[in-house]
Ligand binder design. Structure first.
Ligand SMILES: [Zn+2]
Length: 230
């Protein structure tokens, strides 16, 4: 994987009064490069796009506290990891389509049915920083393909939490405990599929499940694009 620190710097200027001009200047000085292969000019290139489309499903099932079932469409490594990183950090929301397609194919392969799809919510502050919730983008693609409704206001993140990177499992659990609340009126007695981009320790998903169970959900399943090798 090829990273381009110069591109990451553009995020620091997100609150600039002239963000588009800043981005334009940064693009001229530091042309974007493909997150996976390093080709110049785009954060995600056509060659990697074709490779991602050819990547077979590699469904990983796991037991996760609070969930009826938990699955990922593949290991969080190689091109799948790069695609998720490009999608999440390099302003490449178009990747929601191929990644959402993998999620939809996994639901079909498991013969799963649900009353609703729920994205892992971002705190409003992080949403403002990034401009979009990557889980919601995935969820909307899956909703379109499966015709299961995506409900975005049934689960809320009411407490901002520090970034999870670098924390061990116990620290992550403490970091996200009680960060979420769920709307009983919308989810009581419903079967839910919670969607996220990556499962690392499962701490965030388990905190979501705890909130949904407390609000009376009948069953909760988790599905992520990737899962970290345990
Ligand atoms: Zn590439």
């Amino acid at each position: 994987m090829v990273s381009n620190p110069a591109r990451q710097k553009t995020g620091l200027f997100a609150s600039s009064p002239l963000p588009q001009l800043t981005t334009l200047v940064m693009d001229l000085v530091f042309p974007p490069t493909c997150v996976h292969c390093g080709r110049v000019d785009v954060p995600w290139c056509a060659v990697c796009s074709a490779e991602l489309d050819m990547l077979p499903l590699d469904i990983h099932l796991a037991d996760l506290a609070g969930f009826t079932a938990s699955a990922a469409t593949g290991l969080h490594e190689g091109i799948l990891q790069s695609a998720v990183q490009a999608f999440k950090y390099y302003q490449a929301p178009a990747l929601a389509l191929p990644l959402g397609r993998r999620l939809s194919a996994s639901i079909a392969a498991q013969h799963w049915t649900f009353d609703m799809l729920i994205p892992v919510p971002l705190h409003p502050k992080r949403l403002a920083e990034r401009g979009y919730n990557q889980s919601q983008k995935l969820c909307e693609v899956v909703a379109d393909m499966t015709k299961i409704p995506c409900i975005t206001n049934a689960l809320m993140r009411h407490r901002d939490t520090p970034h999870q990177v670098g924390l061990d499992r116990q620290q992550r659990l403490e970091n996200v405990a009680d960060a979420f609340t769920a709307d009983t009126q919308q989810i009581a007695d419903k079967t839910l599929l919670i969607i996220d981009d990556v499962r690392t320790t499962g701490a965030t998903l388990s905190a979501c499940a705890a909130a949904a169970l407390a609000a009376g959900a009948r069953s909760i399943t988790a599905l992520t694009v990737g899962v970290a090798r345990g």
